[in-house]
Design a protein around this ligand. Structure first.
Ligand SMILES: *Cc1c(COP(=O)(O)O)cnc(C)c1O
Length: 369
């Protein structure tokens, strides 16, 4: 799922966790390490003047939405079909059927009345965004987006889509939330916002920043963040937020990934893997494509790389299932769904990639037969 960017049980991370644990597991108060973490996050992500830690990505996005609503005094939000932002009620919403503008719950237990505040639009399509703002602009608190989607397989953003989003949010006074729980510190040290040079108002993080322990964060512009209690009226708190042991794992991980060349190596590894798989599938006449953005990759049983939700649903799920299970039999564990992105870590090198490609060669032979 993406947190283990330096691989499992890295000695530096384990040492940091053990040292922190020896000093106490939890204090219910901010700790020095939490402040150190906040300083580092605001330094690495220049769009964040202030940041607050949570214990998961879900809490980070849920709190970011509440903050945006409190800041703007508006209730509606926009999300995109196929993006996942954790399991809070407002975000477990899918597109309404037919001409319905407002979303419907994508899980039992989410009140339809609440889901109706979430407008669900098509990813990578600038025009619906413009049209929706033209109609509801003064009621929209926020747009939340995965700047590179990793939850409907990997979908890369069209630059124009992100730019339009930034423009309409600014024009109508809505808060632009980049959900970088997956892309943060992974597609580049500065996240997708650095890679695509778009400045969001609020960013959310998780996964990599905990290095395998429960840490999330949300942060952004000072005037927005100052609306949070105790400075402002928007409530947010968590007994275990900024937990000293979890933060120790995160800090140790963030230290390791700041080594110059770290992300370039991840990028190289992901390229070697995806290009290798495409060549291998081509050799066996299997309809297959792949791409990567930094250390994130997508594999598609489809001739061309998809750019939209509709295109990704055209992938051959049956072929993916056969590939997944046959690779698992070979001892190689890919993300267990045709609709999840994959990740490489610093522990993956040429040896691992070559072994993976050799296994894929055997699997594609069987699939072609
Ligand atoms: C994983 C994920 C979340 C939720 O994070 P959890 O820590 O699982 O609650 C939110 N947004 C995105 C983009 C994610 O990939």
């Amino acid at each position: 799922m993406g947190p283990m960017i330096v691989g499992h049980s890295h000695p530096d991370v384990l040492q940091a966790v053990c040292d922190a644990a020896a000093n106490g597991l939890s204090f219910g108060a901010p700790t020095a390490r939490e402040v150190e973490m906040a300083d580092l996050l605001t330094e690495l992500i220049p769009s964040m003047d202030m940041v607050r830690l949570t214990s998961s990505g879900t809490e980070a996005t849920m709190s970011a939405i509440r903050l945006a609503r409190g800041y703007t005094g508006r209730s509606k939000i926009i999300k995109f079909e196929g993006c996942y932002h954790g399991h809070s009620d407002s975000l477990l919403v899918k597109a309404g059927s037919g001409a319905l503008t407002f979303g419907q719950p994508s899980s039992a237990g989410v009140p339809p009345e609440l889901a109706a505040y979430t407008i669900v639009l098509e990813y990578n399509a600038p025009q619906p965004l413009v049209d929706t703002f033209a109609q509801w602009g003064d009621q929209i608190a926020a747009v939340i987006v995965e700047p590179v989607v990793g939850n409907m397989n990997l979908i890369a953003p069209r630059t124009e889509f992100l730019q339009t989003m930034r423009e309409v949010c600014t024009r109508y006074g809505a808060v632009l939330i980049f959900d970088e729980v997956m892309t943060g510190f992974r597609v580049a040290l500065g996240g997708a916002q650095a890679l695509y040079e778009i400045t969001p108002d609020i960013s959310t993080f998780g996964k990599v920043i905990g290095g395998g322990m429960p840490v999330g964060a949300f942060g952004g512009r000072r005037d927005i963040m100052e609306q949070l209690a105790p400075l402002g009226p928007v409530y947010q708190a968590g007994t275990l937020s900024g937990n000293p042991v979890a933060v120790a794992a995160g800090l140790a991980t963030l230290k390791l990934i700041q080594v110059p060349g770290f992300h370039q190596r991840l990028d190289d590894t992901a390229r070697q893997l995806t290009e290798g798989l495409v060549a291998m599938a081509g050799k066996h006449g299997i309809s297959f494509s792949a791409q990567h953005v930094g250390g994130m990759f997508g594999l598609y049983f489809r001739a061309q790389v998809p750019q939209t939700y509709d295109e990704v649903t055209e992938c051959d799920k049956e072929a993916f299932n056969r590939f997944f299970h046959a690779m698992l039999d070979e001892g190689i564990y890919f993300a267990p769904s045709a609709f999840e992105a994959g990740f490489v870590s610093a522990a993956h090198g040429t040896t691992e990639i070559e072994a993976t490609l050799a296994a894929a060669d055997r699997v594609f032979v069987k699939m072609a037969a």
